[in-house]
Design a protein around this ligand. Structure first.
Ligand code: NAD
Ligand code: 6OD
Length: 493
């Protein structure tokens, strides 16, 4: 489909937009509104020479920006937060146009979190100290060791489409605060808010070249041009496990640091002593938030047998209460999937689940919403019973509004079922026995383990996964560690 609009989303390199040059070498692609399937803008795809210009600009800006005093760097971040707030509705509209998520969700989650990322990482970096050790030497002398943390350098930031601005700023804010410069490659599905952010950062006083945006796809396009570029000093990547593994191989010959936040197949464990209403509220969010397109979303719900029917009935009722509809309508709770291709994938799991013997408690189909919305990539919130951990829909990440409910009898069995996965991102435990809550939460082989809540995040705490869910941690001190390199100085006194 060709855009019926002349609105361009352009690359941003060395402090200015790059105008698309007409001609045979010029490539662009449509930005699609997933709610209708219509193009809402044209995106200028960055070719290898433009990515090279972006990396060169970032390299040139690195010296001045990294030697800018921390109080001035953090002041730029705080001004950026203020400016996002000043243009709040513009960011909300851009995020919703690209993702199809309800305006209400962009307003409640995505844009406020971008603001919080800039303010929090300004605070974290302003308060950061250095490690030091005094070593006792023979003869009563001592040596002082202290580690000086220096920026990593030019950081390649690659992010997905599900929470575009939230995930981008979660990386860009600490990277810039630590004195790095960045070249960011947003998802081809969601180019809008990364581009708006360039304007905000420039107005906030960030020097030209410190934040560059290159648009395009992965292999053979801007993503690969960036990760294979010899001028980058590290890669921070959020996306699928398969792409993460591929990017790791690409970066390996140059032995650059990587941070990978990858896929999940997250479990909820519901015990019979849980507060049923509170648990259902939590499960409704964790299964269906953002149409199930949050890496932390629950796709496996293990329920103690004595409360299985209550949880299944209650969750079906809540799934049916979700309101699919125009993202612009304040009453809409649930948007479409990101694309037709992603819907085909999710739909494929619906077929597979039925072949595996699943009973569909609710959903399982494509809804007809009428009018323009029938061109969108809509899917029904779906719940299954009758599957086991051996079935592919219970083993593989689906990334849609869907979960399998599976009964268990004992705590040990619940732990074993939840840990029986190659992923290890997040889990949630629902119980009113706090000792059990701590015990089970700690037994989960995951990066984040919640008790009686979900996606409650202190930005200073470590975030990341194990196994197929990723490598390394970001957040608070973990971000400082990733975005800096220490030089230890040892002085004999
Ligand atoms: P994806 O892996 O397809 O793409 C992610 C980004 O990588 C995009 O910008 C894409 O263009 C780029 N890319 C793709 N191939 C590349 C290549 N060869 N070289 C360089 N860049 C390349 O993921 P997606 O479909 O955009 O996002 C959904 C996935 O992201 C899900 O698996 C989800 O769980 C995961 N995710 C994880 C987290 C987390 O924090 N752990 C957060 C959000 C999403
Ligand atoms: O809360 C965060 O900072 C974070 N990185 C969330 C990731 C959600 C995944 O889709």
């Amino acid at each position: 489909m060709t855009a019926d609009t002349t609105r361009w989303i352009r690359n941003f390199v060395d402090g200015r937009y790059v105008d698309p040059e007409p001609g045979p070498g010029h490539r662009s692609f449509d930005a699609i509104d997933p709610a209708t399937g219509r193009a809402h803008a044209q995106v200028h795809e960055a070719d290898a020479p433009l990515v090279d210009r972006a990396v060169t600009a970032a390299r040139t800006a690195l010296g001045p920006w990294s030697s800018t005093p921390v109080r001035e760097r953090t002041a730029v971040l705080r001004r950026a937060a203020d400016l996002i707030e000043a243009r709040f509705e513009e960011f909300v509209a851009a995020e919703t146009a690209d993702t199809g998520k309800p305006l209400t969700l962009s307003r409640e989650l995505d844009v406020p979190r971008a603001v919080a990322n800039f303010r929090t990482f300004a605070d974290v970096v302003a308060a950061a100290g250095q490690e030091s050790f005094m070593t006792d030497l023979a003869g009563g002398r001592q040596a002082l060791n202290y580690a000086v943390r220096k920026p990593l350098g030019v950081v390649a930031v690659i992010v997905p489409w599900n929470l575009p601005l939230l995930l981008l700023t979660w990386k860009v804010a600490p990277a810039l605060a630590c004195g790095n410069t960045v070249v960011v490659k947003p998802s081809e599905e969601t180019p809008g808010t990364a581009t708006l952010l360039a304007e905000v950062l420039a107005e906030a006083g960030l020097p030209a070249g410190a934040y560059n945006v290159v648009h395009g796809f992965g292999g053979g396009s801007a993503g690969e041009h960036l990760t294979t570029h010899p001028g980058i000093d590290g890669v921070t990547f959020t996306g699928s496990s398969a792409t993460g593994a591929h990017v790791m191989k690409t970066v390996a010959p140059r032995v650059r640091p990587v941070s990978f936040e990858l896929g999940g197949k997250n479990a909820a464990l519901v015990f019979e002593d849980a507060d049923i209403e509170e648990t259902l509220d939590g499960l409704q969010r964790s299964v269906f938030a953002n149409t199930g397109q949050v890496c932390l979303c629950t796709e496996r719900v293990y329920v103690q047998r004595s409360v299985f029917a209550d949880i299944a009935d209650g969750l079906v009722e809540r799934a049916k209460s979700l309101r699919l509809g125009s993202p612009l309508d304040e009453a809409t709770t649930t948007g479409p999937l990101i694309s037709q291709a992603h819907r085909d994938k999710v739909r494929g799991y619906f077929d597979l689940a039925e072949q595996c013997g699943a009973k569909v408690l609710t959903g399982g189909d494509i809804p007809r919403l009428g009018g323009d919305l029938d061109g969108g990539s809509w899917i029904e919130p779906t719940l299954w019973t009758g599957l086991t951990n051996a079935d592919r829909p219970v083993r593989e990440e689906i990334f849609g509004p869907v979960a399998a409910l599976i009964p268990f009898d004992t705590e040990a069995e619940a732990i074993a079922l939840a840990n029986d996965t190659e992923y290890g991102l997040a889990s949630s435990v629902w119980t009113s026995d706090l000792r059990r809550g701590h015990r089970v939460a700690q037994a989960m082989n995951v990066g984040m383990s919640w008790v009686n809540t979900w996606f409650l995040r202190d930005l200073r705490s470590p975030f990341g996964g194990v196994g197929l869910s990723g490598l390394g941690r970001e957040g608070g001190a973990s971000s400082l560690h990733f975005y800096t390199e220490p030089t230890n100085v040892c002085v004999q006194l």
